[in-house]
Design a protein around this ligand. Structure first.
Ligand code: HEC
Length: 183
């Protein structure tokens, strides 16, 4: 009698568990699908070149790890232009990485040149792609990559990330009158 009860209970339990698994299955399958679709790699439509020699500049696409950075990688346009949040963060990063020491607190120039244009030492810096390349890889005339000295060749993982560079540029452009760099 006791054994029969036990068997019944176990059978019930098994059925309940199976039901649980069944109702869970579709939900978790969907849950697994959605992020995958969202994380589809953006098409890399733009090719970077360094500011020193105009040579191809390889930047690991995985470093472009925010929606804005991915959009920039695909289009060359800086989605942070005019966005107050990003501009405020860009100003902070500009100070954190001592861009301020050389370019002045308002990026109007100090030891280094002013960055607000409309004319630039490197004409391409009037575009956001060009300014990104200059900040990323430095120049021949006194500025190291990402403002913190030349990077270990081939190591793109040190210093400022692409998303932060885009925020810095958004801040610089916010003080550049009508120039947005996305023209
Ligand atoms: C050690 C001083 C120094 C630091 C730090 C520095 N820069 Fe520069 N920067 C310079 C100098 C000098 C130039 C001019 C380079 C040349 O003539 O080739 C320059 C040029 C530039 C240009 C090109 C301007 C033009 O007219 O084309 C940009 C953009 C720029 N810097 C952004 C930055 C940013 C952003 C940072 C911080 C991440 C930074 N710099 C940090 C010294 C510095």
């Amino acid at each position: 009698m006791d054994k029969l009860k036990l068997t019944l209970i176990m059978a019930l339990l098994a059925t309940a568990l199976a039901a649980c698994n069944k109702s869970d299955a579709p939900a978790s399958a969907e849950g697994g699908k959605a992020p995958e679709a969202a994380a589809a790699p953006a098409a890399n439509a733009i090719q970077f070149v360094d500011t020193q020699e105009g040579k191809p500049l390889a930047i690991d696409a995985a470093l472009f790890d925010t929606p804005a950075a991915k959009e920039f990688l695909a289009t060359g346009k800086n989605p942070y232009i005019g966005k107050e949040d990003a501009i405020a963060k860009g100003k902070k990063t500009f100070q954190l990485y001592s861009c301020t020491q050389c370019h002045g607190p308002e990026a109007k120039g100090q030891v280094g040149p002013g960055l607000t244009g409309p004319t630039f030492k490197y004409a391409k810096d009037a575009t956001n792609k060009g300014m990104f390349e200059t900040i990323w890889h430095g120049t021949n005339g006194g500025m190291g990559a990402k403002g913190i000295g030349l990077m270990v060749p081939g190591d793109n993982t040190q210093g400022i990330k692409p998303d932060e560079v885009l925020q810095i540029i958004a801040w610089v452009r916010s003080m550049s009158g009508s120039l947005t760099g996305n023209e």
